[in-house]
Design a protein around this ligand. Structure first.
Ligand code: COA
Length: 332
């Protein structure tokens, strides 16, 4: 038994925040942000939380796949910015969309979360335990940004992307390659709740507001190495020559990271699909948002091989090779 992506969806905040808006918030310029990152604008939530975007993206993915809420038996949401520790984002999506027969859980793997969730859902469906999974990447990172730190606040955006992964007689999801290195976790952090109970020295600290802390240059170097390794390895595992892959869909963090990978691997930059100029870095949501944009724009053709590649906090990294098999709704 195989799996395939049978539908895609995404959801973004209405609120568009440009680099000029940031000039009024911190000591920065449009020129600096554009030159160093490639980002011109991003969407920032002015009200909706992570599960709201996740539910909207999931609803769009269901209608793209042409299946109903009761057909879904598995929901995995990848996020580092859930509304609450519990209920999880996936359970909130279940409630919002009436996915009564689904098993739901969230998965944390930083910006690589969507790749890890896709790999997990792929394995669970192949095992025969499930038929149709919603795999979601959803973030409201604006809750976790230090709005006084010009080195990080300009980078991130909010939103969600989702795919429906379904049983298939033909192979649509071909291979995954993933890795992690917990010894280097300190280069990209979001603190959790400090330990405090009646038996600790500090019995009731006021929990500090968690924010993203990052060594930008270390993350940059890691990202360039991890992306190259992930792309190469997933091609080997799938038995597909990289020259035969028309599009690579990278985690949308920084244009210079993508250019550096393209240059080192001698891959034309035009084969890397990017929307980071308009979306910024939406963490676990960035790859499924980009995939949905490509699907809706008609860029994806039947049997087209695609590499999805991510990296992020943890540290974590990985890639998936898929072959595009349109749902019957979209024709073949
Ligand atoms: N506007 C203007 N100046 C800024 C700035 C901003 N928004 N952010 C940082 N600077 C300044 C720094 O303070 C520093 O000033 P100094 O030389 O006076 O100390 C200078 O620009 C250079 O900083 P540096 O950190 O060396 O810049 P950089 O070229 O490495 O670019 C990043 C910074 C964050 C854009 C880049 O390192 C990056 O994108 N890293 C990867 C981050 C990432 O992708 N994270 C998410 C992973 S999932």
């Amino acid at each position: 038994m195989y799996t395939k992506i049978s539908g895609t969806g995404s959801a973004l905040p209405e609120n568009r925040v440009t680099n000029l808006d940031f000039e009024r918030l911190v000591d920065t310029t449009d020129e600096w942000i554009t030159a160093r990152t490639g980002i011109s604008e991003r969407r920032i939530s002015s009200g909706e939380n992570t599960s709201d975007f996740a539910a909207r993206a999931a609803a769009n993915a269901l209608s793209s796949a042409g299946i109903g809420p009761l057909d879904v038996d598995l929901v995995i949401a990848a996020t580092v910015s859930p509304d609450s520790f519990t209920p999880t984002v996936s359970c909130q999506v279940q409630k919002a969309l009436g996915l009564a027969g689904a098993t739901c859980f969230d998965l944390w793997a930083g910006c690589t979360g969507f790749i890890f969730a896709l790999m997990t859902a792929d394995s669970l469906i192949r095992s025969g335990a499930f038929s149709h999974a919603l795999v979601i990447g959803a973030e409201v990172l604006s809750k976790l940004v230090d709005w006084t730190d010009r080195g990080t606040c300009v980078l991130f955006g909010d939103g969600a992307g989702a795919v429906v992964l379904s049983q298939s007689p033909n192979p649509g999801v071909l291979a995954h390659f993933t890795g992690s290195d917990g010894t280097r976790g300190s280069v990209l952090c979001i603190d959790g709740i400090p330990l405090a109970n009646p038996w600790t020295a500090d019995q009731a600290p006021s929990p500090p507001h968690s924010v993203i802390r990052m060594d930008g240059q270390e993350v940059f170097k890691f990202a360039v190495t991890a992306m190259q390794q992930s792309i190469r390895r997933v091609c080997e595992l799938a038995g597909i020559d990289l020259d035969d892959v028309p599009y690579i869909i990278p985690h949308q963090a920084n244009n210079r990271i993508i250019e550096s990978v393209a240059g080192r691997m001698k891959i034309p930059r035009s084969r890397f699909y990017t929307n980071l100029d308009r979306r910024g870095n939406t963490s676990a949501a960035s790859i499924p948002i980009a995939l949905d944009e490509m699907n809706r724009a008609g860029v994806l053709k039947p049997q087209m091989p695609l590499v999805l590649v991510g990296f992020g906090g943890g540290l974590t990294w990985g890639a998936s090779m898929i072959r595009w098999i349109p749902s019957s709704r979209e024709g073949s």
